[in-house]
Design a protein around this ligand. Sequence first.
Ligand SMILES: [Zn+2]
Length: 238
Amino acid sequence: MKKYKKVLKSIVRKVLKTIMRAALVAGIIGMALTGAGEWLGVFHDRSIAAMSEQFTMQFEEQMLKLPIVGKNPVEEQSVEEFVGVPYVKDPLPISNKRPGKKRKIKYIVVHNTANEMSTARNERDYLSNTANTASTSWNIVVDNDEIIEAVPVNEVAFHAGDWEGNQYGIGIELCESDNMTTTEKNAARLIAYLMKAYDIPIENVKTHKDFSGKECPRKTLMHWDTFKERIEKEYKRL
Ligand SMILES: [Zn+2]
């Protein structure tokens, strides 16, 4: 009987060891694949990493029936009530600026337009200008009296100069035209609203600079901490 127990114990130990080793190997392979995927993603967003992300999301959604965070689009009426300015949906067609790729939402990425003349309408029109062939885009643009959405928040746009930022971040452009104090007030409210709607913590409200090192949002960066405090104050009103 004792001998039987001993044999059983050694079998259990062997099985456990095999499982641990398999898990370790799978982990290493997984990390290597993710690393390679993200490395490729530096060159183009339609990379292995992006495809695997898409696959995982579809798997979670269809097979496991899990809700995808940020799946619902922004509700114009409720955001307008909170911010106090119109929220206009003017979606880009599917193009190099809008690949139509659904994603999870982890961050909000804040930008300034670096153009003191352009309004939200001007910025949106520029995306549709046939002379503008670059893939650069954003999700939402804010000025002192209007908000325009060009790419739905649950889709990838190209603004962060970085795979992680584009894949998971809602890109928000703050116009530098007219009264930027009002624009920042509108943006702080909008960001607070999005944080609540998509469960984004304040530490994930980032600057373009955080992702790519570019000096953006060039004006808002000068008082970034105050801007963040303002967002938190607005968040408490929700
Ligand atoms: Zn930027």
